[in-house]
Design a protein around this ligand. Structure first.
Ligand code: FAD
Length: 640
C-alpha cells in the first residue's frame, strides 16, 4: 500500500463531501469493501450497470450517488479502523465477490488472477518473475539484447532485472519513450484513459488528465526508466541494422550503427521492441517532388514550426489528424483536410478534461481507490466491447447492418455525429462512415474535431488527390489548393514489422524470406527458424476496441521471461518455436479474425497487409491472451 497516502482524518466532513462531488462512483463501494472486508457494503441496489458505464456518474442515479457518498464518508470517518484493517489479507472468495460487484457480472474463477494482477493494489508486484537466474546454478553467462527503449523495451528491461538476467537496450533515439518521444505534434495524447494506459506495476494516482498529453506520457516513461535504474543498461543513439544467428556459437550477432560507425555485439537472446507504429507511412503522389513549400509527416513534426497565418493542407483523417487539426486551426489562415475514408468516433466527454481536484484528493486519501478505478476501466474497455465486433455466421456482407450488437454500436456512434453536426448536413454526410464500426480504428474525441471542421478557415475535402503542384495539391476535379505547408497524417507502416532491420535465422533464412510480407508469430512473440528471438508488440497483438497496448506488452514480456526460465531449466542454449504449433495457432487466429468485422468488412485498414490478411489484431478476448502467455509450454518448442 502506498506510504504517501494522506490520512482522511486531516480533512473535515465538508471537505470530504465536496471531494465526493468529483468521485468516480462505480468503484467507491468495491474499494471500501476491499479495505474493510465488510462485504455488506456491496449493496446490490448501488451497483453500477456495466452497460451504462460511459454515462454521467458511471450510469448511477443522483440518489444512488448520494447514498454511496454517505456510506463512504461514514467509513472514512472511522479512519483508524480502516487503517488497521488495511493490513489484513483478503480471501480469494471475498476478492472475487468484490470484483464481480465492480465489473457488474460474474467472473470465471480462472480470470481472478488476471484481475488481481491488473489491480496490483498490494505492494507485491504480481507480474514479476517468481524465479532468479542465479538459482539455475551452473549456466553459462547469458546476456539479452533488447532493440528499442519505448514502452515495451523498458518493461522487458525491468523484468529481466527482476530475474537477475543481464541485458543491454539499443535505442536509436537519444532518450526513452519511443512513440511518446517522437510524436510531438500539437494535441498528441492517448486515446484510452491513462489510468489504464500505464504499467500495472507502476500505476500513478497523479495523472493530470483522464487522457494525458504526450509530454506527460513521455515524463511517465522517463520516471519508469529512472525508478528501475534502466538508463545504465541503455545505449542511446545506436540503430540496429542487422541481427544474425551464429549457429556455431549459438549466439546472435547484432550489427549496430552510430553516426556512421559500425559495430557488432554478441548476445545470447534478442528481444525486438521496435513497436508497430514507428515508421511513418508516406503515400506517393504524382509530381510530389514539385511542391516548393514545407512538407513533413506528423510523426516528425519540426520543433520550430510556425503555422501562424499559413495555408496548411493535411492529408488524412485518422487518429493523429483528429488531434492536431483542432489545434492548428486556431492559428493557421486556412486548413484544408483531405479525407479518403472517414473514421467512426467514440465520444468521450472528458477527453480533454483535467482530473478534478476532488477526485485527485480521493485518490490520495482512499488506499487502492485509483487501482480499483483502473481495474473498472480495464474491464469495461477490454472485455465489454469485443462482442459488438463479432460478425454473425449468416451475415450477408451488407456493411450497413452487421447484426444486433454492431447495429446498436453504430446507432450510438451515429447519434453522436448527428448531435455534433446539427445544422451542418453537408459535413455530416462527408464524415459519416459507410462501413461498420470496428472495421477500422475508432477514434476518440469530445467534439473538438467537429468544432474544427465547422470553422470558417477549415474545409474538409473529399475529392481524390491527383497530384502535387509547385504551390499545393491538385484534386481530380482539377482544383488546385494552394498550400504553404503539407502535413502527412497518414499513419505508419504498421504491417512492415521489424523493418528496415535484417534478421538472419537458421540455415541463413531471413525474416523477409520467411514472412514474404505476411508477418506472423506464435502468440505474436516467437517464430520458427529464429531461436532465442522474441518480439514485443509483434504481429496480431494489437486491438481495435479492446484494451491497451501496455497490457499486451506486459503479457508478451511475461511469456518471454517464462521461455527464458524454460531454457535455463533445461540447461540448453536455444529455444525455438515448433512450426506445427506456429501454423496451428495462425490458422485459428486467421479463422477468428475473418469472423470479426475488421477482417470481414471490405473496407481497407492498416490492420490488413497487402494480402488482405489481418496481421495486426488479436481477435480473441484479452483474457485469452493473458491465459496463453502466462506459461510457456515446453511442448511448443524444441531446444538445442
Ligand atoms: C501517436 C500514437 C498514439 C498512440 N496512442 C495509443 C493509445 O492511446 N493506447 C494504446 O494502447 N496504444 C497507443 N499507441 C500504440 C502504442 O501504445 C505505442 O506505440 C507504444 O509506444 C508502443 O510501445 P513500443 O515500445 O512497443 O514501441 P515504440 O513506442 O514505437 O518504441 C519503439 C522504440 O524502438 C526504437 N527503434 C526502432 N527501430 C530501431 C532500431 N533499428 N534500432 C534501435 N532502436 C530502434 C525506436 O526509436 C523506439 O524508441 C499509440 C501510438 C501512436 C503512434
Amino acid at each position: 500500500m502506498d506510504q504517501n497516502l494522506k490520512n482522511p482524518i486531516e480533512f473535515s466532513e465538508a471537505e470530504l463531501r465536496s471531494a465526493f462531488i468529483d468521485a468516480e462512483f462505480a468503484t467507491v463501494l468495491p474499494t471500501l469493501a476491499y479495505l474493510t472486508k465488510d462485504m455488506s457494503l456491496l449493496k446490490s441496489h448501488l451497483q453500477a450497470d456495466p452497460l451504462l458505464f460511459r454515462n454521467e456518474r458511471n450510469g448511477l442515479s443522483a440518489e444512488q450517488v448520494a447514498e454511496i457518498t454517505e456510506i463512504a464518508i461514514e467509513v472514512l470517518r472511522r479512519n483508524k479502523k480502516l487503517e488497521a484493517e488495511n493490513q489484513m489479507l483478503i480471501s480469494k472468495s471475498e476478492l472475487l465477490k468484490i470484483m464481480e460487484f465492480c465489473i457488474g457480472g460474474t467472473l470465471p474463477l480462472e480470470y481472478l488472477g488476471l484481475l488481481e494482477e491488473e489491480l496490483a493494489a498490494s505492494s507485491e508486484d504480481l507480474r514479476a518473475p517468481k524465479w532468479k537466474f542465479e538459482n539455475f546454478g551452473e549456466v553459462k553467462s547469458f546476456h539479452v539484447g533488447i532493440i528499442g527503449a519505448g514502452m515495451s523495451g523498458l518493461l522487458c528491461g525491468k523484468r529481466l532485472k527482476d530475474a537477475g538476467i543481464s541485458f543491454t537496450i539499443f535505442e536509436k533515439n537519444l532518450d526513452v519513450g519511443g512513440t511518446w518521444y517522437e510524436n510531438i505534434y500539437p494535441g498528441c495524447r492517448v486515446d484510452i484513459p491513462n489510468f489504464l494506459y500505464s504499467y500495472s506495476c507502476f500505476q500513478s494516482k497523479e495523472w493530470p488528465n483522464f487522457f494525458s498529453t504526450q509530454p506527460t506520457l513521455l515524463e511517465y516513461f522517463r520516471r519508469f526508466a529512472d525508478a528501475y535504474e534502466l538508463r545504465d543498461h541503455i545505449r542511446f543513439g545506436v540503430s540496429v541494422t542487422e541481427t544474425k544467428l551464429l549457429e556455431e556459437s549459438l549466439t546472435w550477432a547484432i550489427s549496430l550503427e552510430k553516426q556512421g560507425v559500425e559495430e557488432v555485439v554478441h548476445v545470447d537472446v534478442v528481444v525486438s521492441a521496435v513497436g508497430q507504429l514507428n515508421i511513418p507511412n508516406i503515400p506517393s503522389f504524382e509530381d510530389e517532388h514539385k511542391f516548393r513549400g514545407e512538407i513533413f509527416h506528423s510523426a516528425v513534426w519540426p520543433k520550430d514550426l510556425d503555422l501562424n497565418d499559413k495555408c496548411v493542407s493535411v492529408i488524412g483523417t485518422g487518429a493523429s489528424a483528429i488531434q492536431f487539426v483542432p489545434k492548428i486551426s486556431e492559428i493557421a489562415k486556412k486548413v484544408r483536410v483531405f479525407q479518403r475514408t472517414p473514421s467512426w468516433f467514440n465520444f468521450a466527454e472528458n477527453y480533454h478534461a483535467e482530473v478534478p481536484d476532488g477526485l485527485k484528493l480521493l485518490f490520495q486519501i482512499i488506499p487502492s481507490y485509483s487501482e480499483w478505478y483502473r481495474l473498472w476501466l480495464f474491464w469495461h474497455s477490454s472485455e465489454n466491447m469485443i462482442e459488438a465486433c463479432r460478425v454473425p455466421l449468416d451475415w450477408n456482407g451488407d456493411e450497413s447492418s452487421v447484426g444486433e450488437l454492431n447495429d446498436a454500436f453504430r446507432a450510438r456512434l451515429a447519434s453522436h455525429l448527428q448531435n455534433q453536426y446539427q445544422g451542418y448536413s453537408e459535413i455530416l454526410e462527408k464524415v459519416t462512415p459507410n462501413y461498420p464500426p470496428g472495421a477500422k480504428r475508432i477514434v476518440v474525441d469530445n467534439g473538438s474535431w467537429a468544432e474544427a471542421l465547422k470553422k470558417d478557415n477549415v474545409s474538409l475535402i473529399t475529392e481524390k488527390i491527383e497530384s502535387f503542384t509547385e504551390d499545393g495539391i491538385k484534386t481530380d476535379s482539377g482544383t488546385v489548393f494552394n498550400s504553404e505547408v503539407i502535413i502527412y497524417a497518414t499513419g505508419f507502416k504498421a504491417t512492415d514489422f521489424l523493418t528496415p532491420m535484417n534478421f538472419v535465422g537458421r540455415n541463413g533464412i531471413t525474416l523477409n524470406e520467411f514472412w514474404s510480407g505476411d508477418a506472423r508469430a506464435y502468440l505474436g512473440v516467437v517464430i520458427p527458424n529464429f531461436p532465442n528471438l522474441f518480439l514485443l508488440f509483434g504481429p496480431n497483438t494489437n486491438t481495435v476496441v479492446n484494451g491497451s497496448a501496455i497490457f499486451f506488452s506486459e503479457c508478451s514480456v511475461n511469456y518471454v521471461l517464462d521461455c527464458l526460465r524454460l531454457l535455463n531449466t533445461k540447461k540448453k542454449s536455444m529455444i525455438e518455436c515448433e512450426i506445427n504449433k506456429f501454423n496451428e495457432f495462425n490458422q485459428n487466429l486467421d479463422a477468428k479474425n475473418s469472423g470479426m468485422i475488421w477482417g470481414a468488412s471490405a473496407v481497407g485498414s492498416w490492420y490488413k497487409n497487402k494480402f488482405g490478411r489481418v496481421s495486426q489484431i488479436w481477435p480473441f478476448s484479452v483474457s485469452e491472451y493473458w491465459k496463453l502467455t502466462k506459461k510457456a509450454d515446453e511442448k511448443d518448442f524444441h531446444f538445442f
